[in-house]
Design a binder for this molecule. Structure first.
Ligand code: MTE
Length: 330
């Protein structure tokens, strides 16, 4: 694989098996289990036993999800290999090289973990991770993730709609935006002393964007809990926006009446807008956004593929931006 050739390290738990084949096998098993009555959520010990028999791409705890019923939540495109998803990352708290997070994020302590819900809500609360894991049925969703840098992946996430959580905390009439604050702990994160970004990494959405069923609170990928480098123990995945809108390792969700100041927008306002919807017609000031390279498939010298409006999710989210000038609100 040309693009990812020897990055000078060994993923500590990489396995020899073909991730995609293994995944398909497991998926088949999940289908069988689901068809067997009761559904996955109520799978008894026998089913769990069966699940345990299936070789997994890595050695993390299993986190199964029933296939999502949300429209557009699952593309049939070829999945990006587990090895690529977990070794080609942007997680600047653990280094700015794509290979850094897989190498250094072992120090992230993803348990115990809490997420504080604050601001304009009727029911503010500090949720424990275990509570969040049980809050709503886990779904599997295969989303395209398009990075602002011009590469993309197809990843089978496990989680549930962010709206499930939002509904439970009851936003007040003043809530117009949602701010996502991620972990910033210099003891666990080697790059926190660097000045690449203002920490903590903060992202935000308009409330109606956050309520769109496609916005996913993800706890896993490829049927397992999230690897640290992908944002353990929980992160956001907003598939119609550039990847940087999807904050990793979230510790606080705050509802506000004003548009939150986000890390990338503060760092370079002319380059990274608040909205940051994937849009092939609006270039980054320093490069075109009309094409992308699919990691693991399109080599360095291969023809890139066309980027689609809202990353292909226009039918689901286009109405959120009716009447808005998307060049101005980039
Ligand atoms: N979240 C935090 N806390 N820190 C980061 O540096 N990088 C973002 C986003 N979330 C980032 C983050 C960017 S630029 C992208 S493209 C995606 O995470 C990458 O997610 P992945 O590594 O799981 O593919």
């Amino acid at each position: 694989m040309l693009f990812l050739k020897d990055r000078g390290f060994q993923h500590p738990v990489a396995s020899e098996i073909t991730p995609h084949a293994v995944y398909e096998q497991r998926r088949q098993m999940l289908r069988l289990l689901a068809a067997g009555g009761g559904g996955l959520a109520m799978a008894g010990w026998a089913s769990r036993e069966a699940l345990a028999q299936i070789p997994r791409p890595n050695k993390l705890a299993a986190l199964a999800g029933a296939r999502s019923g949300v429209a557009g939540a699952t593309t049939m495109e070829k999945l990006t290999a587990y090895a690529d998803v977990t070794t080609y990352n942007n997680y600047y708290e653990f280094g700015t090289d794509k290979s850094d997070p897989a190498r250094t994020a072992g120090t992230l302590k993803s348990r115990p973990w809490t997420v504080a819900i604050e601001g304009e809500v009727k029911k503010p609360k500090v949720y424990d991770l275990d509570e969040l894991l049980k809050l709503a049925p886990m779904e599997e969703r295969v989303y395209r993730l398009r990075c602002v840098e011009g590469w993309s992946m197809v990843i089978p996430w496990v989680g549930y709609s962010l709206s499930e959580l939002i509904k439970r905390v009851e936003p007040t009439g003043n809530a117009k935006f949602v701010e996502f604050v991620t972990l910033a702990d210099a003891k666990q994160m080697p790059e926190l002393n660097s000045r690449v970004l203002a920490w903590p990494y903060v992202e935000g959405l308009r409330l109606d964007e956050a309520m769109n069923p496609l916005a996913l609170l993800a706890f896993g990928l490829y049927g397992e809990v999230l690897p640290n480098q992908n944002g353990a123990p929980l992160r956001l995945v907003v598939p119609w926006k550039y990847g940087f809108k999807s904050g990793k390792s979230i510790v606080k969700i705050r509802f506000t009446d004003r548009q939150p100041a986000t890390s990338w927008n503060r760092a370079a306002p002319s380059e990274y807008g608040f909205y940051s919807n994937v849009n092939p017609n609006v270039d980054h000031p320093r490069w075109s956004q009309s094409k992308e390279r699919r990691i693991g498939e399109d080599g360095l010298f291969a023809k890139k593929r066309a980027t689609t409006m809202f990353n292909g999710y226009e039918a689901q989210v286009g109405q959120l931006y009716t009447g808005m000038d998307l060049k101005r609100f980039y």
